[in-house]
Design a protein around this ligand. Structure first.
Ligand SMILES: [Zn+2]
Length: 192
């Protein structure tokens, strides 16, 4: 498969702030999606499978924490790393973010935007720049991809029948370019 940029979903109801981060992440060579609240964030996340979500907390309709809870309910979005963007950095928000498995908790009043990019980028630099993504074979263009790659449509390993995962490996840290391929988490089979 082709190299891909990291896809980030930025969720915030503060338009000016959101646009600022959209611009910064685009400049850092990310593919950027945006949403104005948790409802839209959830919808865009399930349709577009971002590699990471950067979300505010207080938003109309659905807040950032409720969105995280909802993301965990489906296999496809359950493992998307979420980074919280906090305005005031309240202790109780930090605790709730930890309990929900947030990858990072960024207090934006004391964090320069370039540091935000660095901290979010570091999620992908861990474990040798490799990043595994579970996905739902029923959704989106998975069936088309399966056909192109001569897979079984349900994306099971041809050797041991385990569900394949999408493996993303950082091939160019500076440009944040990933090589993506399907691998078997059980026997290590790799799609050519
Ligand atoms: Zn296998």
């Amino acid at each position: 498969m082709n190299d891909k940029k990291i896809k980030i979903l930025i969720v915030d109801d503060d338009v000016a702030l959101r646009e600022l981060y959209v611009e910064i992440f685009k400049n850092a060579n990310y593919e950027v999606l945006e949403a104005g609240d948790g409802v839209d964030g959830l919808d865009i996340a399930s349709k577009n499978m971002p590699n990471v979500i950067f979300t505010g907390i207080v938003m109309p309709r659905m807040d950032g924490f409720a969105m995280m809870e909802a993301l965990k309910k489906t296999v496809m979005t359950a493992n998307i790393p979420v980074v919280i963007s906090s305005h005031m950095g309240r202790e109780e928000d930090q605790q709730r973010a930890n309990a929900l498995g947030a990858k990072d908790f960024i207090i934006r009043d004391i964090t320069r935007p370039i540091e935000v990019v660095e901290r979010i980028g570091s999620i992908f630099a861990q474990s040798g720049g490799e990043y595994k993504l579970e996905f739902n074979p029923e959704k989106l263009d998975a069936k088309k991809i399966a056909k192109e790659l001569n897979f079984q449509e349900n994306f099971l390993c041809l050797d041991c029948n385990e569900q394949l995962v999408l493996n993303m490996k950082l091939t160019n840290a500076q440009e944040r370019i990933f090589e993506t391929r399907f691998v078997c988490p059980k026997c290590g089979w790799v799609a050519k």
